[in-house]
Design a protein around this ligand. Structure first.
Ligand code: C5P
Length: 393
């Protein structure tokens, strides 16, 4: 995402300490951050912390004369691309929903011209309180974006809904706000990661796929407005916010999960490095070292992508091809064999397990190369390429 001017409002909740980390992440991602606080927020974290992290002056007072026209309540949000209040307390949500303008944050919100986002954080009972729920519903109806809250352990010791989203999640959601909604209303089904074919109770056949490309693509599709179902082999990666993940181990489990959902998908993207073969003579118990070396017999796994592409009402299918040589030749043959309109080909050495990738796109018109880039940037680019080739909804 290109750099944005972000106005961050911090209100008085324990989660204010997470707003410090959020500021750091925003700055690290290249954004310009200005922080405004309520008086209560300054009791949790001092303005100096936010000033140091953002590199900009922090405002907490409606009467602050520093803006050149002495109108902090208008000036600060007018130069922002987005105003995000994180954490947003029940009290601030109430003020925003009712147009109360009695401190800097509520006045800025009322006078803003940019989009407003709130990340609620409060005790679970306060969150569930009908008055609070009415306020949140009103804010949604007014076009305010509500990020979270999450469920889990709370600072008060209780467990339930009301935790602020983690800073990384807030960053992800915020950046998504600026992405063109090229896949709005589309259902995307995807596979990612490696598969694991057991040999015995502890061993198996797998591969070096990290899942990074597939997860980046799942995130990019979601950012573009799609409803994403990600069928994932074993990876250590966290599920992207707002994506439905189905965990599988073997290629056949992946096949079953994909075919259960393929009928309702508009787009299918096979990014997973699926094992071509599984073990026919899988041992129930751990194989013991003995006199003879065990012989592993293999049998073929079904081809998920080719199966989905040949369904009578097949979704728009995108395949990936990882090759260690003869990239164009092998990938082109693969695209024809699997009958997919778009295939993304990459060299194993440049792709698998790495944070960057360099790909060739193959379709009926031929092939063209994309430059090497970060996998998340590439994923955003692939969404553009995919959207441009989609039949109209
Ligand atoms: O044949 P190969 O594994 O190289 O093909 C790569 C493409 O096919 C990828 O999109 C991969 O996810 C998909 N594939 C599949 N089922 C298999 C093997 C590969 O969907 N059994």
């Amino acid at each position: 995402m290109s750099a944005r001017r972000i106005l961050l409002g911090v209100t008085g909740g324990v989660a204010a300490y997470k707003a410090a980390e959020f500021t750091r992440l925003l700055v690290k991602a290249g954004h310009t951050v200005e922080v405004v606080m309520t008086e209560a927020a300054t009791r949790f974290v001092t303005p100096v912390t936010f000033q140091a992290l953002s590199g900009n002056a922090v405002y907490a007072d409606l009467w602050d004369p520093r803006p050149h026209n002495a109108m902090a309540h208008i000036e600060l949000s007018r130069r922002a691309d987005v105003f995000i209040i994180a954490p947003a307390t029940a009290n601030t949500l109430y003020k925003l929903a009712h147009g109360v303008s009695d401190d800097l944050i509520s006045t800025l919100a009322a006078a803003r011209t940019c989009p407003l986002v709130v990340a609620p954080a409060m005790n679970r009972q306060m969150w569930a309180n009908p008055a609070n729920q009415r306020n949140v519903a009103q804010l949604r109806a007014d076009g305010v974006q509500v990020f979270g809250p999450a469920s889990g352990e709370q600072a008060c010791g209780e467990v339930g809904e009301g935790r602020m989203l983690e800073p990384e999640q807030l960053l992800e959601r915020l950046e998504a706000l600026f992405v063109p909604q090229r896949l709005a209303g589309r259902k995307v089904l995807m596979t990612a990661g490696p598969t694991f074919e057991p040999i015995d109770a502890v061993r198996g056949i797998t591969n070096i796929s990290s899942g990074k490309m597939g997860y980046a693509l799942a995130r990019a599709c979601r950012n573009a407005g799609a409803e994403v179902t990600l069928v994932s082999g074993p990876t250590g990666l966290p599920c992207p916010e707002g994506v439905q993940r189905l965990d599988v181990g073997t290629a056949r489990e992946m096949y079953d999960a994909v075919l259960r959902h393929a009928g309702s998908a508009d787009i299918f993207i096979g990014v997973a490095a699926v094992a071509d073969y599984r073990v026919r003579n899988r041992a129930e118990h751990k194989l013991k070292k003995g006199d003879s070396v065990p012989v592993i017999e293999l049998e073929e796994n079904p081809d998920i992508l080719a199966t989905v592409a040949s369904l009578p009402a097949a979704p728009f299918c995108v395949g990936f091809a990882a090759e260690s040589r003869n990239l164009l030749e092998y990938a082109d043959a693969k695209r024809r064999r699997k009958k997919v309109p778009l295939l993304v080909a990459n060299l194993v050495q440049k792709a698998m397990g790495r944070d960057t990738n360099e790909v060739l796109l193959l379709d009926d018109a031929g092939s063209h190369a994309l430059p090497e880039m970060d996998k998340q940037a590439l994923a955003a680019r692939l969404v553009e390429e995919l959207a441009a080739r989609l039949p109209p909804a």
